[in-house]
Structures are given as C-alpha cells and as structure tokens.
Design a protein around this ligand. Structure first.
Ligand code: IPT
Length: 271
C-alpha cells in the first residue's frame, strides 16, 4: 500500500518535520509514502500535486497545504473514491482532518504575555494566504480584545526568518516600541531575535518574544525560545493512523476531526 502526501514548501521547518513523522508512522504500519510538493500556494498547484499522486496509484492522500474550506471540498471531489486527510484547514471545515487547534495556541501565547504584565504587544503574522496564519492572527486579536487590548502594531510575514528579521526592525523603530512580540512561527522568531540583538536590546529584559511551532532547533536559539508547541510527531502518528483505519472497500465519505491541543513551552525569551 502507498500513501500520497501533497505538501507545501519542504524548505520550511514545520512541513518538513511533519513529512518526516508521517513517513515514519506510515512505514511502521507497512505503507510507503510518495511526496508531491506544491510550488506556490494556490488551488491549481494543490490539484496538480494531487494529480501527480493519483497517477502513482496511491491508496490514500494526505494534504498539508493551507486550504480554504471550499478549496478543500473541491479537492475531495477531485479525488472521488480516494480517501483524503487534511492537515491545514479551518477547524469547522466539513472534511476528514487532523489539526492543531489554532485558537488554543493563540490563547496560550496571549495569556502568557498578559500574565507577565505586557500591554504593548506587537503581532507578527504568517502569510495571510494561509488559513492557519489567519486563524492564529484572529485568535490573538480575539484574546487581546477580551482584555480590552489592541495590538500596538501588526506586521505580516511569510514564515521565513528573513521576513521576521525585516519586520522586527520596522517594529523596533516604531513608537511606542512594543515590550513583547507574538510571532506566528519559530523561523520568523529566529529573525526577530537577530534584529533585536542588532538593535542593541536585550531579550527578555527589554523585549519578550513568543514563537509558535517548537521545531527541533527552537530550544537552541539564543536565548532559548519560549514558544507554542505543535507536536509534529503526534500529528504524524494520528493523521496516518486515522487515514489508514479508513482505507479499504467500506470507506465512505468522512468528515470527522481530531483537534490536537498546543502547549506553551516557557524558555528564556519571555519575562
Ligand atoms: C505551519 C507552521 O506552524 C508554520 O511555521 C509554517 O511552516 C506553515 O505550517 C507552512 O504551511 S503548521 C501547519 C500544519 C498548520
């Protein structure tokens, strides 16, 4: 048996760690994995990647590409009888999915900074073309507004360390200067840490930084990064196991979800 994985850019840390854990779990269960990587964030690109997998006669498809609900539904139709598991759609999308809860992660980051007494909080989001980036952003805004707080500034990045670096430089020269930054992933947080360092400010004494992902390297950033952990190994285990259970002649349309919790990991970039 073979599973197909259509994935977004594997040069990014999170998708590559997700692909690795999917492959590990699938192999344990006796499945091969073939991977097709999209070259841009669009529905046609995702469809092309899925076609490539179907041409290789896969028995089930996993999709780690951010998709709006209607786009995901159109992929389900496109796949016909083939079971499809989604990893990056909205929690209310009526498709078969295994996801991290974006609201849980947003709330953990905001609560942590508020408990430390921060009120001047800047937001660095992921690319707004990504559904998860939008949901984290909306979650932050919602949680802050519950405490009658508006972000002191917002910038939109593209998940890369380079974008985090550039955006942090612009945030640091704004006034009032934020005392804390919520950053939508650890790679952008890496760039933020370098910008703060070059600017001559100390983390966490003068500015706190919270990442999101807890990728393999995040504990080795300087200083070690406080972040919101998404357990990618667990995502691999659960998504593959659930897809494999559904394979076979009796597979009907599946719409159920598994929403995995995120976890606040406090290290040394917040005070
Ligand atoms: C999401 C990561 O959190 C983010 O850092 C980025 O790599 C993105 O993937 C790429 O699409 S994790 C995803 C399963 C929501």
């Amino acid at each position: 048996f073979t599973l197909g994985l259509a994935t977004t850019e594997l040069a990014l840390h999170a998708p590559s760690q997700i692909a690795s854990s999917i492959k590990t779990r699938a192999n344990q269960l006796g499945f091969n994995v073939v991977i097709s990587m999209i070259d841009n964030l669009s529905l046609p690109a995702c469809r092309a990647a899925v076609s490539e997998l179907i041409a290789q006669r896969v028995d089930g498809v996993m999709i780690n590409v951010p998709l709006a609900t209607q786009e995901a539904q159109s992929i389900v139709e496109f796949c016909g009888q083939l079971p499809v598991m989604f990893l990056d759609v909205a929690p209310d999308a009526p498709v078969f999915k295994t996801l991290f809860d974006p609201y849980c992660g947003a709330k953990q980051g905001v609560d942590h900074l508020l408990q430390l007494g921060h009120r001047q909080i800047a937001l660095v989001t992921g690319p707004l073309a990504s559904v998860s980036a939008r949901l984290r952003y909306e979650g932050w805004l919602h949680e802050l507004s519950q405490q009658q707080i508006a972000p002191c500034a917002t910038r939109h990045g593209d998940w890369s360390a380079a974008s985090g670096y550039q955006l942090a430089l612009s945030l640091l020269s704004a006034s009032p200067r934020p005392t804390a930054m919520l950053v939508a992933n650890d790679q952008m947080a890496l760039g933020v840490l370098r910008a703060v360092h070059e600017y001559g400010l100390r983390v966490p004494e003068q500015i706190s930084v919270v990442g999101y992902d807890d990728t393999e390297d995040s504990a080795y950033f300087q200083p070690p990064l406080t972040t919101i952990k998404q357990d990618f190994r667990k995502l691999g285990v659960e998504s593959v196991s659930r897809l494999v259970e559904g394979l076979g002649p009796h597979f009907g349309p599946q719409q159920d979800s598994l929403l995995l919790p995120t976890l606040l990991v406090v290290r040394n970039t917040t005070a």
